[in-house]
Design a protein around this ligand. Structure first.
Ligand code: AMP
Ligand code: GLY
Length: 429
């Protein structure tokens, strides 16, 4: 089968790497892909949100399965557009992608299905949201309804900070229409974990648990990023807690949507806070996590293409996954300055030195082939904030962390930044 992976991050490189291992994959394309992905896929110069262009490419090139990485095309209805033309695309419909595309839609679904989450109120007028904040005590969480590239959540330590967030979202409209509505909700505390499952609309196949590190600096300080590292499994998610999350969050959502005549197909990613009162849902994403996927897929022994195909065709009953028991850790090497301003175009050195390290994989994110690539094979330059995901398995979590940093230390580029403490929470458990 000919397969297309849409997107250009580390997540997509990990998906492409795993898809290439499938006996079902004859040829792999990636749109638009990144430098490193050119080793496992043919890059196609079409952007991830160009649904018309992608559809035309898939039709013209006899693509049997399309795998959508990022949320934007999913929310824009790419799976519906492909399905209409008889093409298989892995992911939810545009309507159900609103579980990520509209936090109000997600909260209302959780309420209908009795899924534990923070108590909340929805506002579509700034004055009412501000007046409500006068009745609240900090901390409190303010969320813009729509997609904000991961920036739409403010955990406010004071009521003034919460009011400022409401004004920015609803009056200054810094996120445009994404701030037409805001949610004000209780602040939860505890450890966070990511639970990803694959569903065919009826049946659910859980992936291994994981945790990511969102803050840019060691000790979970500094601004939020897309993620600076991750590991799987998450030791905080014991078997008992995992079962509780499946029973209280995942099954009620999948079954509830099915009962409403809207079967959810694709990956459902629940961001969970492990509170003292049990697991509560922070958010849903309708796609694979980044960088969680980079730490999960190296542990998966099954054929990912088969799994995704069966999710599309509704054949996941009794499907069981087989996992490498060894933990996996991924460390993001980023451009200095990220998530703020940063420079691109730095030459990356040392990639060849890690190529043959056992149980080490490097998934590229913001890279492209450099101009000297033709005479120096494999020369890449930086082309984004998050540049590489250096990933390693180990016999235990410490072993995986050590293997990962041993590889990271061999790689360098100008002004690089990476956290030195990825996995520290897992070591404490
Ligand atoms: P979300 O996009 O809803 O997951 O929010 C992004 C991040 O904000 C989460 O990963 C949490 O760290 C934090 N967050 C979201 N909602 C809450 C909440 N109710 N209480 C505390 N932290 C939250
Ligand atoms: N790692 C967080 C996310 O993928 O949303």
């Amino acid at each position: 089968m000919r397969i297309l992976v849409i997107g250009s991050g580390g997540r997509e490189h990990a998906l492409a790497w795993k898809i290439r291992q499938s006996g079902k994959c004859e040829k792999l394309f990636s749109a638009p892909g990144n430098g490193g992905m050119s080793e496992s896929a043919e890059l196609v110069n079409i952007q991830a949100d160009d649904i018309k262009g992608l559809l035309k490419f898939a039709k013209d090139n006899n693509i049997g399965l399309t795998v959508v990485g990022p949320e934007v095309p999913l929310v824009a209805g790419i799976v519906d557009a492909f399905r209409k033309e008889g093409l298989a695309a892995f992911g939810p419909s545009g309507e159900l992608a609103r579980l990520e595309g509209s936090k109000v839609f997600a909260k209302e679904a959780m309420k209908r299905f009795g899924v534990p989450t923070a108590d909340f109120m929805v506002f579509d007028k700034a004055e009412e949201a501000l007046a409500y904040l006068d009745t609240r005590q900090a901390p409190v969480v303010v969320k813009a309804d729509g997609l904000c590239a991961g920036k739409g959540v403010v955990v406010a330590r004071s009521i003034d900070e919460a009011k400022t967030a409401v004004k920015k979202m609803m009056v200054e409209r810094i996120y445009g229409s994404a701030g037409d509505k805001v949610i004000i909700e209780d602040c939860l505390s505890g450890e966070e974990a990511s639970i990803l499952v694959i569903s065919d609309g009826k049946n659910v196949v859980p992936l291994a648990s994981s945790q990511d590190h969102k803050r840019v600096f060691d000790g979970d300080r500094g601004p939020n990023t897309g993620g600076m590292g991750a590991y799987s499994p998450a030791p905080a998610v014991t078997d008992e807690i995992f079962k509780k999350i499946m029973d209280s969050v995942i099954y009620p959502m999948i079954n509830g949507l099915a009962k409403e005549g809207k079967p959810y197909k694709g990956v459902l990613y629940a961001g969970i806070m492990l509170t003292q009162d049990g697991p509560k849902t922070l958010e849903f994403n309708v796609r694979f996590g980044d960088p969680e996927t980079q730490a999960i897929l190296p542990r998966l022994r099954n054929d990912l293409v088969d799994l995704m195909e069966k999710a599309v065709t509704g054949e996941l009953e009794h499907y069981r996954l087989d996992w490498d028991p060894r933990p996996c850790v991924t460390i993001v090497m980023a451009s200095g300055g990220y998530p703020g301003e940063f420079q691109k175009g730095m030459e990356i050195e040392g990639l060849r030195d890690v190529k043959n390290m056992r149980d080490v994989m490097v998934f590229h994110a913001g890279t492209k082939l450099g101009s000297r690539a033709s005479d120096t094979r494999g020369l890449y330059i930086t082309n984004g904030g998050r540049v590489l995901n250096v990933t390693a398995l180990g016999s235990d979590i410490k072993g995986a962390i050590d293997n990962c940093y041993a590889a990271v230390k061999k790689i360098s580029f100008g002004k690089m930044h990476y956290r030195k403490d990825i996995g520290y929470r897992a070591m404490k458990v």
